[in-house]
Design a protein around this ligand. Structure first.
Ligand SMILES: C[S@@+](CC[C@H](N)C(=O)[O-])C[C@H]1O[C@@H](n2cnc3c(N)ncnc32)[C@H](O)[C@@H]1O
Length: 114
């Protein structure tokens, strides 16, 4: 297993707990900020949500696109380059949003006023 594979297993439990707390309903529009390699995006799509994942890292977006290719083709998942300070979607676009394991990086994002 690569280091990368290990990393997403380490973050999985808290991401799954967050999904459960959101109580996502089928066809909800869900935003994940800092989606990383897209494991949580895939889990949300499996709940029937329409999911938008945003991450500033081209490497992460590429990984997430590979992981979610069938759901992207089906129009259930969109993965966008962007960051929390300047989301590539208008206000009121989503029913709910989540961000997990991002507090350190978001604290350094200008204009978030955390
Ligand atoms: C530790 S990873 C967590 C990934 C995923 N949320 C998880 O829990 O597995 C942090 C992610 O935040 C992203 N990130 C860094 N700065 C960001 C910002 N300003 N806005 C949104 N995401 C950011 C990184 O590219 C990285 O994919």
């Amino acid at each position: 297993m690569t280091d990368w594979g290990l990393w997403i297993h380490e973050t999985a439990a808290l991401n799954d707990e967050t999904i459960a707390l959101l109580a996502v309903q089928p066809d909800d529009a869900v935003l994940e900020i800092g989606c990383g390699p897209g494991r949580t995006v895939a889990a949300l799509a499996a709940h029937g949500a329409h999911v938008t994942g945003v991450d500033p890292s081209p490497t992460m977006i590429a990984q997430a696109r590979r992981r979610n290719a069938p759901a992207i083709r089906a129009g259930r998942v969109e993965l966008l380059a962007g960051h929390a300070g300047e989301l590539p979607a208008p206000d009121q676009s989503f029913d709910c949003a989540l961000t997990v394991h991002t507090s350190v990086v978001l604290a350094r994002t200008p204009d978030l006023n955390l």
